[in-house]
Write a protein that binds this ligand. Structure first.
Ligand SMILES: Nc1nc2c(ncn2[C@@H]2O[C@H](COP(=O)(O)OP(=O)(O)OP(=O)(O)O)[C@@H](O)[C@H]2O)c(=O)[nH]1
Ligand SMILES: [Mg+2]
Length: 302
């Protein structure tokens, strides 16, 4: 046995205000689409684990990333309060924290996230994301200087989650903070979430992306039937909306919208599961679902 080969394993929380690219970063780091993303804020609703294992035994490094909802300053519904609670829970007991901000500069809403971080713990890394949107890469330099004054970050790493830039540098910095320990997940695992949950989230992602601006926040997806045979999986999923008046919007003219959501989701779910999928979707009205603890639990939003 090589005495210097030590396995490292650790939990890493990814936190930040809404829409800075936390889920895109998680997916890029683990190399799989485990957490849904959209141009709109408040896409992520609950804690999602993404797992990356590097190296060969016994010298493996296992990163267990926890993607969290964007911290909301105005948490009006029970769902919103649960989302903020899941950020706080994720921060407790992790080995490292990646705070994600937009590389264009510090935003007042970043202060609220910073306030949740333990002072002087030395295990918080700042990821300045979306560097691809800067006119010149050097524009990030004054932002780095400004951020370094705000908190004693263990490292500050400019990245582009979307273009997969400087992710190895970020992983190297995180790895330094992971404690010795045997891996908790199989080397090829990418998440702890069930295929059922990932399928429901995939459908919600398509609805988020295809529907107009206000409606998506009132949508949830429930898997009502999941029947798997050797050849294929049959799934029935309900898109739950808050109001009767939302139903025709989700369905679209002659069902065109719902069909498109289903078509895009089915393709992704097939990739996820690795066999043909028959997906049937329908729309159900459930008033006040985002205030109902039982419904939130049933949907997997802890
Ligand atoms: N140009 C650019 N866009 C990015 C990058 N990373 C993420 N985005 C985009 O930013 C938007 C938000 O990304 P998400 O990953 O859903 O952001 P989030 O922080 O998880 O958002 P919430 O879950 O709502 O808090 C999406 O449209 C992404 O495609 C990046 O590196 N560059
Ligand atoms: Mg997200």
């Amino acid at each position: 046995m090589n005495g210097t080969a030590v396995a490292r394993t650790g939990m890493v929380a990814i936190v930040g205000r809404p829409n800075v690219g936390k889920s895109t970063l998680l997916n890029a780091l683990v190399g799989a689409h485990v957490s849904i993303t959209a141009r709109k804020p408040q896409t992520t609703r609950t804690r999602v684990l993404g797992v990356l294992t590097q190296g060969t035994p016994p010298a493996t490094t296992q990163f267990i990333f926890v993607d969290t909802p964007g911290l909301q300053t105005k948490a009006r519904t029970l769902l919103a309060r649960r989302m903020n609670e899941s950020v706080r829970t994720a921060l407790a007991g992790v080995d490292a924290v990646v705070l994600v901000i937009d590389a264009r500069g510090w935003h007042p809403a970043d202060d609220a996230v910073l306030a949740l971080l333990p002072a002087q713990r030395g295990n918080v890394i700042l990821a300045l994301n979306k560097t691809d949107t800067l006119a010149r890469y050097d524009d990030v330099l004054p932002v780095l200087a400004d951020c370094a004054r705000r908190y004693p970050f263990a490292a500050l790493v400019p990245v582009s989650a979307e273009k997969r830039r400087q992710l190895d540098e970020l992983l190297d910095e995180i790895a330094k903070l992971l404690p010795p320990g045997e891996p908790l997940f199989d080397a090829d695992a990418v998440t702890d979430r069930s295929l059922r949950f990932l399928a429901a989230e995939t459908i919600r992602e398509k609805a988020f992306r295809l529907l107009g601006d206000e409606l998506p926040y009132g949508i949830a997806v429930a898997i009502e039937r999941w029947q798997e045979t050797q050849q294929r999986v049959e799934i029935v999923a309900a898109l739950i909306v808050e109001r009767e008046s939302h139903k025709p919007i989700v369905i679209g003219a002659r069902g065109a919208k719902l069909r498109e959501i289903g078509r895009l989701a089915r393709a992704d779910i097939e990739t996820l599961i690795g066999k043909p999928v028959v997906l049937r979707t329908w729309v159900r009205v459930k008033r006040g679902w985002s205030e109902d603890a039982g419904t939130l639990r049933a949907l997997g939003y802890e």
